[in-house]
Write a protein that binds this ligand. Structure first.
Ligand SMILES: Cc1cc2nc3c(=O)[nH]c(=O)nc-3n(C[C@H](O)[C@H](O)[C@H](O)COP(=O)(O)O)c2cc1C
Length: 338
């Protein structure tokens, strides 16, 4: 089988195995649209608070805008108690009809962990089991009882508490259709290297395990995929079913089609500076639609700094980007390249 292939997550068929990871502050509708346009097979929302969403938070609802070019809609939630996960899942399923619900069991942010969510759930597999059960129970009470529930875990709390195996097995017993692992510990945050040997072990552990739908449990890898070659290496070395791109896609959504080309044709083309800039401007246009020009232009500063990486005079460009207030400011900054 080619390294690039479709996957079944429970009953959900996804046309390929290259995904935009859930990334807070990035994977909103604008960026998911842009990634889909550039070859992502599915994009995850950033983590949405299961509690805030059913309590009526407008901010959380904004995270759930669907990219109109993507028929698939993967929503990630976080929560530290069963009621919140149940109520939040019910609300999201009924109002937003996602294609799958992913539970965050990897976030290392102290505020999230204190609430019992994020990587606290990789540390406490029994609790993770209950969260998955609560989400699955919510699906049963909607008109989409077969909606796949999945989890995203870390390797553990710290190097002396690697609980990924117990967490993955608990999630499986509770009924998940797929498991993504970012094989860093909570203590590592985003530092050091992610340990792909753990991903390979997880793939091996699940090679014969099936979901109630009859599909094989899918194992996806996340961590240090910064180039098409990295993605190919991850798929080859670990035999995982799919790859998630996070930091590697920031300002570089072209990585999806490039990876697809590398996997299917053996090579890929570089992207022109004009195309990079025009893609950033398109992302900004969608962001403006979803908020307003001032907010969108501010939000886009960090993202345009990523798009401009490697441009000649990039440090001077960055200084201008961090002051940009309007769409026209951005156009002026890049006019000499267009
Ligand atoms: C700024 C930032 C925000 C993130 N937000 C989320 C999130 O909301 N949910 C999640 O599961 N992971 C989140 N992650 C983790 C990524 O999905 C991914 O697992 C991690 O960055 C490792 O992949 P990479 O090395 O390719 O970046 C975030 C990472 C970063 C850098």
């Amino acid at each position: 089988m080619s390294l690039y292939h479709s996957v079944h997550i429970g009953n959900l068929k996804v046309p390929g195995n290259l995904f935009l990871a859930p990334v807070a502050g990035y994977s909103d509708r604008a960026f998911r649209f842009i990634c889909k346009e550039n070859g992502a097979d599915m994009g995850y929302t950033e983590m949405v608070s299961s509690e805030a969403i059913y309590r009526g938070s407008d901010k959380s609802e904004k995270l759930l805008l669907k990219a109109q070019n993507d028929p698939l809609f993967a929503v990630q939630i976080f929560g530290g108690n069963e009621t919140a996960i149940f109520e939040g899942s019910s609300f999201i399923i009924k109002k937003y009809s996602p294609s799958l619900l992913d539970i965050n069991a990897g976030c290392p942010v102290p505020k999230i962990i204190k609430s019992g969510a994020g990587s606290a759930l990789t540390r406490e597999p029994e609790k993770l089991y209950k969260m998955v059960k609560a989400a699955i129970l919510a699906t049963k009470e909607t008109d989409n009882p077969a909606l796949p529930v999945t989890v995203k875990i870390r390797s553990g709390w710290d190097s002396s508490h690697l609980s990924w195996k117990e967490a993955a097995l608990a999630a499986y017993e509770a009924g998940v259709a797929a498991i993504t692992i970012h094989p860093r510990t909570k203590a590592q945050g985003y530092e050091g290297k992610s340990d792909w040997s753990i991903l390979a072990e997880l793939v091996d552990l699940f090679k014969d395990k099936k979901h109630s739908s009859g599909s094989k449990i899918q194992i996806f890898g996340s961590g240090d995929v910064f180039s098409p070659e990295d993605a190919k290496n991850m798929l080859e070395q670990t035999k995982c079913d799919g790859v998630m791109f996070a930091r590697g896609a920031m300002g570089n959504p072209f990585i999806f089609n490039q990876t697809k080309d590398l996997l299917t044709k053996g090579s890929y083309e570089e992207v022109s500076i004009q195309h990079r800039i025009n893609t950033g401007l398109k992302e900004l246009e969608i962001l403006i639609e979803d908020s307003n020009e001032q907010i969108a232009c501010r939000e886009m500063r960090k993202r345009f700094c990523c798009y401009a990486k490697g441009f000649s005079g990039s440090s001077q460009i960055r200084m201008q980007i961090v002051q940009a207030q309007t769409f026209d400011d951005y156009k002026k900054i890049f006019s000499s390249f267009l």
